[in-house]
Design a protein. Structure first.
Length: 342
């Protein structure tokens, strides 16, 4: 029903407006008695074979919602009813910021893709904390953290520090995001020395707490093999708990959407089907170099259950969806879980 009726209607309107409309609708429906139970009945799938143990956490299933959808942790309870084994919030910054100018989110239906240049728009980490305090679901929540746009790179550690300290009591794991293409200069933090310093700092923050929480790194798909080798060295040297591969790409290779439309859209990170193969290549490369037991979360271009299986076969322990969720609808996590259980 979603693909036949709802999606064509939604795709008639501005993507960001539809995103906010969907949020409002889910919040309203979730406030009606028993509706969340109905969501769970229709959209969740439980099977003991889907359970995963990773960096000290137990995931009821390996299908997560990637960061970017619920930036401010407003819909944790509602989204938990849609079959996800974990939900990642953010990217969060110490201070709220509006992000880049609109329009900044674009659909490419011919390519089953999105282009976004949101720019870490969020209400600030303390607003997310207030939302997390109200949640009732016990779904695993990850906190994806970044730096404010106005913060220079030589002060970036302070921003990650502030986000970590604020979120620590309320999330189950952390993700250091240095791979978004939409914050000027951010990807420079993926260079070897600054990244090693940053990851070691966040790991030390976690180690100093009464209960250590996992710290992961999210990387871009646009890295060369030499850069990936540097990433591997840093992950192992800093004893980072896991890696998420990959974020959106700045590449526009292989698109069927007209070059005129792509030029008119301009800059931004491309997600969806066009990034599927590259993200899987990165997962496979990392698995070979990190060994069989190092935790990898695969994300990028999962548009069908078979794509999730491909990621896991390449070496991912868990997977995350975002663009596929937009294109396939609220039953997508359940479809993936059923395919994986088989």
């Amino acid at each position: 029903m979603y693909k036949l009726f709802i999606r064509p209607l939604f795709f008639l309107f501005d993507p960001e407006k539809i995103h906010h409309f969907t949020f409002a609708a889910l919040r309203f429906l979730g406030s009606i008695p028993l509706v969340k139970n109905l969501f769970r009945f229709f959209f969740s799938y439980k099977d003991e074979r889907l359970r995963r143990e990773l960096f000290g956490l137990t995931f009821e299933n390996p299908v997560g919602l990637a960061a970017g959808f619920d930036k401010d942790a407003k819909l944790i309870d509602e989204l938990a009813c849609l079959g996800f084994g974990f939900i990642e919030i953010g990217t969060l910054t110490p201070k709220g910021q509006p992000g880049n100018d609109k329009p900044r989110l674009f659909r490419l239906p011919q390519d089953q893709a999105l282009i976004n240049r949101m720019g870490f728009n969020n209400q600030g980490v303390l607003a997310a904390v207030e939302n997390l305090k109200k949640r009732k679901s016990n779904v695993i929540v990850g906190g994806n953290i970044g730096k404010n746009k106005i913060t220079p790179n030589d002060k970036a550690i302070d921003d990650y520090d502030a986000c970590f300290e604020a979120l620590y009591p309320y999330v189950d794991y952390f993700v250091v995001n240095v791979s978004s293409p939409n914050t000027p200069g951010l990807r420079e933090l993926q260079e070897k020395d600054p990244l090693k310093n940053l990851m070691q700092h966040v790991k030390n923050l976690s180690a100093a707490k009464p209960k250590r929480k996992p710290v992961l790194l999210k990387i871009a798909p646009d890295l060369t093999d030499a850069q990936l080798d540097d990433i591997v060295e840093i992950l192992l040297a800093t004893k980072t708990d896991g890696v998420i591969a990959t974020n959106t790409t700045i590449s526009r290779d292989g698109l069927t959407t007209s070059s005129e439309k792509i030029t008119a859209i301009g800059n931004g990170g491309l997600s969806g089907l066009p990034v599927r193969e590259r993200s899987t290549e990165v997962i496979s490369y990392l698995r070979k170099r990190l060994g069989k037991n190092y935790p990898i979360i695969g994300v990028g271009g999962i548009m069908q259950p078979q794509d999730a299986i491909q990621k896991i076969n390449a070496g991912a322990d868990l997977v995350q969806v975002y663009t596929g969720f937009i294109y396939e609808g609220p039953g997508f996590a359940k479809r993936i879980c059923k395919a994986l259980a088989k």
